[in-house]
Design a protein. Structure first.
Length: 746
């Protein structure tokens, strides 16, 4: 069987190789227009082949071609269309293809944006794509199985959320975008042209900052909405891995402003461009190599690409840094500007770069702790408190800069000459923020200082936004982003320092007072699916004259290895001041509850634990398969052994009649409960498996006395400042988008 996907991947690899070689020749012979056209055509071929490969992968997913290992592992027939689409990038192999796909599309724009730097830029960019293609070849989504299973394993429950449909594409767009400033920086060093690249690379840098930032924030919102622990950022190593290049890209944006305005920070900007891209590779190594598999729920397992990623990182890091070192004296000789003034906007931006670099270093050390500690003994990760404590001072310094730098001009400034009227509004904003914080309790001087500076900077930049948009909206790009940062810090402090939570035991129909809210649990609602059960727990929540019905829920599904995956999902009642967050922790349906429709798959000769039972599928029973002369009355069955709570195994022989619906006679009673049955619904002689339906009560395994009335344990939290936080996020990204438009218009 011809594997079209593999052929397309190899064709794309050959095409990008040819484009790389042709651009090298064009660099040597700049007047050779024929080789330039060939380089472009072969790159277009690379784009076409990788696009067709992506279309082919999507096609085999949508058509449920489970002969492909990747399709069988990450999709299933029962998935809705949107989650079938997102299974494209659910695993390592598909996400690498997505990365290459987005990189190839950006390359089409880059070719015509690079202008006279095209040969050198595209040599570097093609080399990056070449390495990505090697990763894709090593871990191809088009690997095939010996036999096609009847259905796939399906998509992880955690990923079955609309935000996870868009999070990976946005994040990988950011990853692919950061390669472009790097390519411009290397090309500039190569050509000994140390200023031209900044104008071309600046819009790309801002675009990369916006897209990767959006990906990070979408991931944080998904965590808050889906995982049920009540937070949006846990300083998880994989979360931090995307944060590192984003912080370095933010520093690069500020350095580019200084270079374009005053002609300074050439070497700093080259280094920042190198580090921002190499951190992309490093974070990919962290998340994809399996080195963090014991320390992060988000980490992938090692699929044999660790060594290749290490070489990928070392070649680009060492090669570009060596080139920078070689050009250092030449760069210094090309600069003719004066030194930095003691009190100026330039000094403020340099300080911002230092603070962002410090944040990156601290977070990077904490994230890399498992690797560092592994060199000296047992690997371990740092506690969340490490990040909160070590990043507090840089955060205060960042906000302090946001309170001062907007007042400064390029060149020398006199601090005392700043009009006192300009301080009234921002100081008032800071004082109001402190008063609001104190009304919710005293949390220490450091927190109050952070709150004051955040309120000050948010008010200051709000005033600037109003002033600048009267002239031209894109001029307010920086003010919008800085306003967003101030609001984000206010939201972060409010939601993390001043949140309140309480665990409560609810009984159906009984009223309960929880943190000033009246709560009454209504009748639970069950919805059976092909792979499990969806339980909704309606709760009437009242406060004063306001009455709402919250609907936290619990989803439970059977995994391919026969285990139960349980996913509690909270109900979030959003408010301008605070969110009401209700998350289910435990649920007991009572004695009256029945859990019919649970599916069990048994493989011959293997024992399988299900609830309080242990099953052993002994063999098929085909003695009644033939039926009578007309073929009527034919039945096929299986010999199984069932034990309850470790007791003596009981033999059973469930049968079913092909082409007919199972009837009462087809049910086999199980030991332990008078209302527990299994029904044989299908068998697969080739795979040596049978499929049973379980019908009966949920066994009591908690040790609590059983009861007829359903009960639930919920955690209720009041999270102030969440609306301010998300509003701040929006302004940061909106300001970045305006920055892209502003730089493209110049």
């Amino acid at each position: 069987m011809t594997n079209l996907g593999q052929l397309l991947v190899w064709a794309a690899f050959i095409a990008v190789d040819l484009s790389f070689v042709c651009y090298v020749i064009h660099h040597v012979d700049a007047n050779n227009q024929i080789i330039k056209k060939i380089a472009r055509v072969t790159f277009l071929g690379f784009v076409a082949f990788i696009t067709f490969a992506a279309i082919h992968l999507m096609n085999i997913i949508l058509n449920h071609e489970f002969i492909f290992k990747y399709v069988a592992k990450y999709s299933s027939k029962d998935l809705p269309l949107q989650y079938l689409i997102s299974s494209f990038w659910a695993g390592q192999e598909g996400s690498f293809l997505l990365w290459v796909l987005l990189s190839s599309w950006l390359g089409l724009i880059l070719i015509y944006h690079a202008k006279d730097m095209e040969p050198q830029v595209m040599i570097t960019y093609n080399l990056i794509n070449l390495f990505l293609m090697l990763l894709l070849i090593k871990q191809s989504p088009f690997a095939m199985l010996p036999h096609s299973p009847p259905d796939g394993q399906g998509l992880n429950l955690l990923l079955q959320d609309p935000w996870m449909v868009i999070h990976p594409p946005v994040t990988f767009l950011g990853y692919a975008s950061f390669a472009i400033p790097f390519a411009f920086a290397v090309a500039s060093l190569w050509r000994r042209q140390y200023d031209q690249w900044v104008q071309s690379a600046q819009p790309w840098t801002i675009f990369a900052f916006v897209t990767l930032g959006a990906g990070i924030i979408i991931g944080g919102y998904w965590s808050y909405k889906v995982l049920g622990w009540g937070g949006y950022w846990a300083w998880d190593p994989v979360e931090n891995a995307s944060l590192l290049p984003w912080l370095m890209g933010m520093a690069l944006m500020h350095g580019m402003i200084v270079q374009r305005t005053l002609g300074r920070l050439h070497k700093t900007n080259f280094l920042l461009a190198i580090l921002s891209f190499c951190l992309i590779i490093y974070c990919t190594f962290l998340t994809r190599s399996g080195v963090l598999s014991d320390f992060s729920v988000h980490s992938f397992t090692d699929l044999g690409i660790t060594g290749l990623m290490v070489w990928f990182m070392l070649i680009f890091l060492v090669g570009s840094v060596l080139l920078l070192i070689i050009r250092t004296k030449d760069i210094a000789a090309s600069q003719k500007t004066k030194g930095t003034t003691t009190f100026s906007r330039e000094l403020g931006l340099i300080a911002a770069i230092i603070v962002l670099g410090l944040l990156t270093l601290i977070t990077g050390l904490g994230t890399s702790a498992p690797l560092i500690t592994d060199l000296f003994g047992e690997p371990a990760k740092v506690a969340v408190e490490f990040y909160n404590q070590t990043n507090l001072f840089p955060a205060i310094m960042m906000l302090l800069l946001l309170c001062i730098v907007p007042y400064l001009h390029w060149g020398e400034n006199q601090f005392l000459n700043i009009s006192a009227r300009k301080w009234i509004g921002p100081i008032s904003g800071g004082i109001i923020a402190i008063l609001v914080a104190l009304s919710n309790g005293y949390s220490g001087m450091a927190v109050l200082l952070l709150v004051f500076l955040a309120g000050f900077s948010a008010t200051l930049n709000l005033i600037l936004v109003i002033q600048l948009i009267k002239k031209r909206v894109p001029l307010a790009s920086g003010a919008f982003s800085h306003l967003g940062i101030g609001l984000m810090f206010l939201g972060i402090v409010a939601s993390s320092v001043y949140d309140r939570s309480e665990k409560t035991f609810l009984t159906q129909g009984a009223n309960q007072d929880v943190m000033g809210y009246g709560m009454k649990m209504l009748e639970p609602e069950y919805k059976e699916t092909n792979v499990g059960l969806h339980l909704a727990i309606p709760i009437e929540v009242s406060k004063g004259s306001t009455l709402i019905t919250a609907r936290p829920n619990i989803r439970a599904e059977w995994t391919s290895d026969g285990q139960i995956m349980r996913l509690p999902q909270p109900h979030i009642q959003r408010g301008m001041v605070a969110d009401l967050y209700i998350s289910p922790l435990e649920f007991d349906p009572g004695d009256q509850e029945d859990h019919s429709g649970q599916h069990i798959t048994l493989k011959r000769g293997e024992r399988f634990s299900f609830l309080d039972y242990e099953f052993l599928f002994v063999n098929f029973d085909l003695t009644k398969m033939m039926g009578n002369q007309d073929g009527q009355g034919s039945r096929v069955g299986a010999e199984i052994e069932v034990s309850y709570q470790g007791g003596k195994p009981v033999k059973a022989k469930p049968f079913f009649s092909p082409g007919e619906e199972p009837n009462m006679d087809a049910k086999v009673k199980l030991p332990g409960h008078q209302d527990a049955f299994v029904t044989l619904i299908s068998l697969d002689a080739g795979a040596k498996t049978i499929h049973l339906d379980y019908e009966g009560p949920l066994p009591r395994t908690s040790g609590k006395p059983t009861q007829e009335t359903p009960t639930a344990v919920i955690e209720t939290a009041v999270k102030p400042g969440m609306t301010i936080l998300w509003l701040g996020v929006f302004f940061v990204l909106y300001g970045g988008c305006l920055g892209v438009l502003r730089r493209l218009s110049k």
